[in-house]
Ligand binder design. Structure first.
Ligand code: C5P
Ligand code: MG
Length: 222
């Protein structure tokens, strides 16, 4: 890397070079507030986010919903790829998901909405790192914790009406495996930064929501 004008002192030139090499996210923490929402499949992330949207001024962006919409979009070059990954319970390459999230955030910010719940993301370490480098740094991560037994029950119930290609027992098993092997390390990573709020999710929706509100408001003014 060029170190700039030789007239400028070396320490200043080094600082300039460092700043140029450090990636700057598209949105600063002053412009947007980003909360990641993680937890195993079927834990109730979407349901709890919908409550927060109803009661507070959050924008809810579900990575899974954005991927399913892209998959269904006529003319999408990624449709088939997304559909295969979803059925197999695997994590779609981060470039696709991050581009979808970034576009959706841009549309919202244009209309003045800046508080985001990013649901089902980041599901893999590369998504976490790249999103925070390129798009925005998160405030914290909500981790909805639950046993697989309860999640399985909820997923099979949802599968009766959801029409989702992955709410069947074969896909569910793969999704549980991906969650433990690939997504838990993301939660562990944010734990080391003290950026995880854990919400136990075995109880009813209403009880979980009461606890969730309490825990969020301890951390930020909502
Ligand atoms: O969050 P949801 O259960 O709707 O995600 C459905 C599927 O979408 C996941 O099992 C995975 O295949 C894909 N996905 C992904 N990366 C994300 C979120 C979802 O690949 N960050
Ligand atoms: Mg969901």
């Amino acid at each position: 890397m060029k170190l700039g004008d030789p007239e400028i002192p070396i320490e200043v030139r080094e600082k300039q070079a460092m700043a140029a090499a450090t990636p700057v996210p598209a949105f600063s923490r002053d412009e947007v507030k980003v909360i990641f929402v993680l937890g195993g499949p079927g834990v109730g992330k979407g349901t709890q986010c919908a409550h927060l949207v109803r009661d507070y001024n959050f924008v809810h962006l579900s990575a899974g919903d954005l991927l399913r919409a892209e998959q269904a979009r006529e003319g999408s070059e990624f449709g088939e790829l997304i559909s295969t990954y979803i059925r197999e319970g695997k994590i779609v390459p981060q470039e696709i998901t991050i581009a979808l999230l970034r576009n959706a955030m841009q549309d919202e910010v244009k209309t003045g909405r800046t508080k985001f719940l990013i649901d089902g993301f980041p599901r893999k370490m590369d998504q976490a790192v790249k999103f925070e480098e390129d798009v925005a740094v998160s405030e914290f991560t909500l981790y909805f914790e639950c046993t697989e037994e309860v999640m399985l029950h909820r997923l099979l119930k949802r599968g009766e009406t959801s029409g989702r290609a992955d709410d069947n027992i074969e896909s569910i098993k793969k999704r549980f495996k991906t969650f433990v092997e690939t997504s838990m390390p993301v939660i562990d990573y944010y734990r080391t930064q003290n950026k995880v709020i854990t919400v136990p999710c075995e109880k009813t929706k209403e009880e979980v929501y009461d606890l969730l509100k309490e825990k969020i408001s301890d951390r930020m003014s909502i």
